[in-house]
Design a protein around this ligand. Sequence first.
Ligand code: NAD
Ligand code: G6P
Ligand code: MN
Length: 442
Amino acid sequence: MKKHSVLVAGGGSTFTPGIVLMLLDNLDRFPIRSLKFYDNDGARQEIVAEACKVLLKEKAPQIEFTYTTDPEVAFTDVDFVMAHIRVGKYPMRELDEKIPLKYGVVGQETCGPGGIAYGMRSIGGVLELVKYMEKYSPNAWMLNYSNPAAIVAEATRVLCPDSKILNICDMPIGIENRMANILGMESRKELEVMYYGLNHFGWWKSITDKNGADMMPALKEYVSKNGYVPPNPEGGQHVEASWNDTFAKAKDVYALDPETLPNTYLKYYLFPDYVVEHSNPEYTRANEVMDNREKQVFTECRKIIELGNSEGCELEVDEHASYIVDLARAIAFNTKERMLLIVENQGAIENFDSTAMVEIPCLVGSNGPEPLRVGSIPQFQHGMMSQQVSVEKLVAEAWTEKSYQKLWQAITLSKTVPSASVAKSILDDLVEANKAFWPELH
Ligand code: NAD
Ligand code: G6P
Ligand code: MN
């Protein structure tokens, strides 16, 4: 099997150690000859990288490992770029969440005004990664899960249409793991799903087992009572109380359209009043992550560096992230695996904007994704998606044209925002907070 060269962009991410451990666990399926980290915050990355260096020396000393803030060193001789950057890091996420809440509006990483603000920061960061990749390793593929994936995907569709970038999200995978658990199955891979929507904004329309038996009735029965809180909770990424509340709330989201099963993120659009009531404007998810995941990851990394070995190390293999290996394998070895990706609609959803970036099943091979046909979607989903895709397109246009007007329209159009005047107040605060990251708007 060919051995590949992988670059992790956003080497200082809280997810990097779990992903490295996952890659090491999957070397038989996806052999690696070289692993590199790239980040524009050298000090943050160094802690994660020095710890990973120890892990690699212990588990796979044959892999060449380097980390750098120099794009040329990073992007030269690379087959896959796994990109998970967070432009502005957690302090900016905190503002994305807290500014809308000041005005009684949902404060969330990827939904509503917070997601729009994050999008205005991410577009430039991800485009820069694409530019480096094309300059130094023109045959490489970028597997991007930097958020907000919907807005980033729309921007790359318009601004670098021929680039080899695939945008992907782990939320459907996380929910399908829960579905498998609910059904008493070993793995989500025993399920065959038809799913459609936008990123963080979609629905399962059918779910069968590998023999074609319909799993929807049993799942609907369960979700109508418990949401996606499974009978035997598993560990992993989404374990804190706030996430549990999101999985439980899927019960109410489901009630609105009992024909489909919803993505958990729809709660922010369908129950924004509930979300705001249950938010603490002084302590949001960003604070929770900084106090938990970020602290834990960096403490563990420092421990490993100090000890020089990983004895007693509490960093865990991020098994759920093995979808990234599935995707890389699909490209590298032409596996034609069926996966949900964020791709240009092009008629896959028959009665929807053909230029929209939609999240749908694709068969992935060496030439990239072949989207599957979804057919027509119902009025309810069509209405919601038309409104939301316009928000996402307006953000990409606002970034490109440096347009205040379009960004105001985007925020106003978000289903989470009650009026154009509230949108303007939020926007003016966001402009002020994002001076170092957004293009100057006029
Ligand atoms: P983090 O802040 O811990 O890590 C992000 C890293 O990116 C930081 O080290 C930062 O210095 C670096 N960075 C920022 N701007 C950069 C730039 N322009 N060039 C190079 N590096 C840059 O964040 P995290 O919580 O670990 O999340 C990382 C990203 O992964 C976020 O975008 C998050 O939303 C995303 N994510 C996506 C999914 C998905 O489903 N698509 C799942 C999990 C996480
Ligand atoms: C899910 C989503 C990601 C998002 C993450 C946030 O996995 O699919 O897109 O980044 O949740 O998790 P956090 O723990 O940072 O709030
Ligand atoms: Mn996601």
